[in-house]
Design a protein. Structure first.
Length: 131
């Protein structure tokens, strides 16, 4: 068949971003979310071991920024295009908590106690939040 490998564009090379921890281990990503932040299409990736959310520019595949969360985040990640905020869950809390986060500062804007334990997923459909 020839041409570019499946899933790539002609002339584009895959770019990988790797941030290793102090022991040299590659980061474990717990959750992903899509959104348009500041006019740039982004893929957000949650790393719970360090409470960081990586911002990858979807057009280039490059790391565009990092949010250092002021809360524990394990389980779910969502992004609101309208509000320009992240949503993260902490299912290690008792009871489980859902936080709305300012992506520029990492500070919690709001928190909600979840009615059930083990909230492992967070997503927005339009601007409706699902957990």
């Amino acid at each position: 068949s020839g041409g570019a490998p499946r899933g790539t564009r002609e002339g584009c090379r895959r770019r990988e971003v790797s941030r290793r921890d102090s022991a040299g281990a590659a980061p474990t990503i717990d959750a992903l979310a899509n959104g348009t932040y500041g006019g740039v299409p982004m893929l957000f990736a949650l790393r719970p071991a360090t409470n960081e959310v990586y911002h990858f520019d979807r057009n280039t595949g490059l790391l565009a920024g990092t949010t250092n969360l002021a809360v524990n985040a394990v389980g779910g990640l969502g992004f609101s295009n309208a509000r320009q905020t992240l949503f993260v869950s902490d299912f290690n809390a008792s009871p489980d908590v859902l936080y709305e986060i300012n992506p520029a500062s990492g500070a919690a804007i709001a928190s909600n106690v979840m009615p059930a334990d083990d909230v492992l997923g967070v997503d927005l459909v339009g601007e409706r939040l699902f957990v």
